[in-house]
Design a protein around this ligand. Structure first.
Ligand SMILES: [Fe+2]
Length: 297
C-alpha cells in the first residue's frame, strides 16, 4: 500500500483489521481504530503529545505489580470500569443492578462467621455497625445457602492487609444465607479512603483538581451455583464524598440504608451509643457462577 493522505491511512489500517479470523476480535479492533484515529484527529494530537502519551502508558505498565494495578486504577478513575459493569449487568444496562467493582482487596478463604457473629477480630476502635443483608433473585425470591464474602476498610480507612495494627483477616468474613435469604453480622463503621496517588493516576487527579477519595462502602462477593457471582459495594450516603467518588462506583441502587441510632440497642446492652445499622437487599442475576481471580493473596 502507498498512502497519500491521512484518510487513506485510516482506510489502510481498517483493511488490515478486516483480515482477522475471529469475528469478535475483528469487530473490536475495527471499532478501536475508528475511535483512536478519530480521537487523534479530534484533538489534533501533536508529535510531542504523542511521545508523552506512549511514555505514560509505559509508566503505567511499570508501576503495576502483584500488589498494585495502576491500569485498573486508571480505568476506574476514567469511569470505564463502572461503564463496563453497568453495560454487562441489569439486563444489559436496562435496569438497576447490585453489581459493582471488585476492587483490589478481595481475598480468598475469608474465615467463616455464623449469622449474628462479628467480623471484628482484633481491637478496632470505632462505632458498632449491625449489617442485615438479604439475597434475592431477579423475581425477588430469597436465595438460601448463598455464600457471602464481606470485607471493608477500618474506621481509619485501611484494609487489614494495609495495616500492621489489624490482625490477619480482620473485618473480613464468609457467611451463609438462611432459608429466608438473610445474613447478618456486626462490625465497626467503615470510613472512606484515598486511592494511591503516587503514580500516573495521582498526577492526573491533581491536574484535574480532583480529590482521591472513595466514599465508605461495604464489599460483598456472593456465590450460589445457578447465578452470576454477585460482586457488590454498598455505599454510605452520609459520607462527604458520596457524590464525588473518584472511581465513579456510586449508583442509586448501591446506596445503602445506613441508620444512626441514639437509643440503647434492643438486644445488646453492651453496645455503646450511637450505633449504626445497615439493611440492604442484594439481587443476583442469572448467569454462570464463576469466581474472579483474587487480586491479592
Ligand atoms: Fe474498597
Amino acid at each position: 500500500m502507498r498512502i497519500s493522505n491521512d484518510q487513506e491511512l485510516t482506510e489502510a489500517v481498517l483493511g488490515v483489521m478486516d483480515r482477522t479470523q475471529s469475528p469478535r476480535l475483528r469487530e473490536i479492533m475495527a471499532s478501536l481504530i475508528k475511535h483512536l484515529h478519530g480521537f487523534v484527529r479530534d484533538v489534533r494530537l501533536t508529535e510531542a503529545e504523542f511521545r508523552e502519551a506512549t511514555s505514560i502508558l509505559n509508566e503505567m505498565g511499570k508501576l503495576t505489580s502483584d500488589t498494585h494495578n495502576e491500569m485498573v486504577l486508571m480505568a476506574g478513575s476514567l469511569g470505564v470500569s463502572s461503564l463496563v459493569c453497568l453495560l454487562n449487568n441489569g439486563d444489559g444496562g436496562q435496569t438497576e443492578t447490585s453489581q459493582s467493582l471488585l476492587g483490589p482487596f478481595w481475598r480468598l478463604n475469608s474465615p467463616r462467621v455464623e449469622n449474628g457473629g462479628t467480623i471484628v477480630r482484633s481491637d478496632t476502635p470505632g462505632e458498632t455497625l449491625f449489617v442485615d443483608g438479604c439475597v434475592v433473585d431477579q423475581q425477588g425470591r430469597p436465595i438460601a445457602g448463598a455464600e457471602v464474602d464481606v470485607w471493608h476498610a477500618s474506621p481509619v480507612g485501611l484494609y487489614e492487609n494495609q495495616d500492621p495494627d489489624q490482625v490477619d483477616m480482620n473485618l473480613r468474613g464468609k457467611l451463609t444465607t438462611d432459608s429466608d435469604g438473610r445474613f447478618w453480622f456486626s462490625t465497626v463503621r467503615m470510613v472512606g479512603y484515598p486511592i494511591p496517588t503516587d503514580g500516573v493516576v495521582g498526577r492526573l487527579l491533581s491536574a484535574q483538581e480532583r480529590h482521591p477519595y472513595r466514599p465508605a462502602h461495604l464489599h460483598a462477593l456472593i456465590f450460589k451455583p445457578g447465578f452470576k457471582v454477585l460482586i457488590s459495594q454498598v455505599y454510605d450516603p452520609s459520607d462527604p464524598h458520596i457524590d464525588s467518588d473518584v472511581q465513579f462506583g456510586v449508583t442509586r441502587a448501591l446506596t445503602g440504608d445506613f441508620v444512626r441510632h441514639d437509643t440503647p440497642h434492643p438486644s445488646d446492652p453492651r453496645c455503646i451509643m450511637p450505633w449504626y445499622s445497615l439493611t440492604y437487599t442484594y439481587v443476583m442475576e442469572d448467569g454462570a457462577a464463576v469466581l474472579p481471580r483474587p487480586p491479592i493473596k
